[in-house]
Design a protein around this ligand. Structure first.
Ligand SMILES: [Zn+2]
Length: 211
């Protein structure tokens, strides 16, 4: 008999005991949690002005790695969106603007300086450093975030840890999922199960079509 016990559930982490399933099935959930549950991340950056000591590419790379709060009910993956546009639309991308300048003293530009057009899609922390500016230096840019998956780039990974351990009893495993903060850990688990279910259904349909 299959059973599932939640040992610990918190927005940042969830720990579950899964009984009565094959190890491969439990491990598939672990792997899907890492690589197939989408999150929002900055993917395109238009630098309008950058007189900081940091190259444009480096600023863009740092922006990409900032985890963004993600509501998966609000946005489509670009490949699934009706707009079918490379530029995206309000259902598949979010614009964040950065306009920062140091006047009389050195200042740090942090994730809190990013202004998002969607208040629900914003950095998970205000304190992530982007660049430091000396007096007279300026950074002005537009950053476009979209949904993506961990298989494409680690910046879209929803989990910072996803671990399966054996409990010593037959067909019993403990699954631990830790969120980077974009999506609550319990939701990552549910989305991973839904994705596995969907993949198995698609596979069945594919097999049936061959017969
Ligand atoms: Zn779209």
């Amino acid at each position: 008999m299959v059973s599932l016990d939640v040992i610990e559930s918190h927005p940042s982490r969830i720990r579950l005991r899964i009984k009565g399933v094959e190890r491969a099935y439990a491990n598939a959930i672990r792997r899907i949690a890492i690589s197939q549950v989408p999150t929002m991340a900055i993917d395109d950056v238009v630098i309008l002005e950058n007189s900081s000591v940091m190259f444009d590419e480096l600023v863009a790379h740092r922006l990409g790695l900032i985890p963004l709060k993600t509501d998966l009910n609000r946005y489509n993956l670009p490949e699934d969106c009706d707009c079918k546009s490379a530029l995206g639309c309000p259902k598949c991308r979010v614009l964040l603007v950065l306009d920062a300048e140091a006047t009389d003293k050195i200042r740090a530009v942090n994730s809190s300086d990013l202004v998002s057009e969607d208040p629900e899609t914003k950095p998970i922390s205000d304190l992530i450093p982007i660049v430091k500016l000396a007096p007279g230096q300026k950074v002005k840019l537009e950053a476009y975030a979209r949904l993506g998956k961990g298989t494409e780039h680690a910046k879209w990974q929803a989990t910072s840890a996803s671990v399966l351990t054996e409990t010593g009893k037959p067909d019993e495993y403990e699954l631990y999922i830790e969120s980077v903060g974009s999506i609550p850990a319990p939701e990552i688990f549910i989305r991973a199960i839904e994705k596995l279910q969907k993949s198995l259904e698609d596979f069945s349909i594919g097999v049936a079509a061959q017969q």
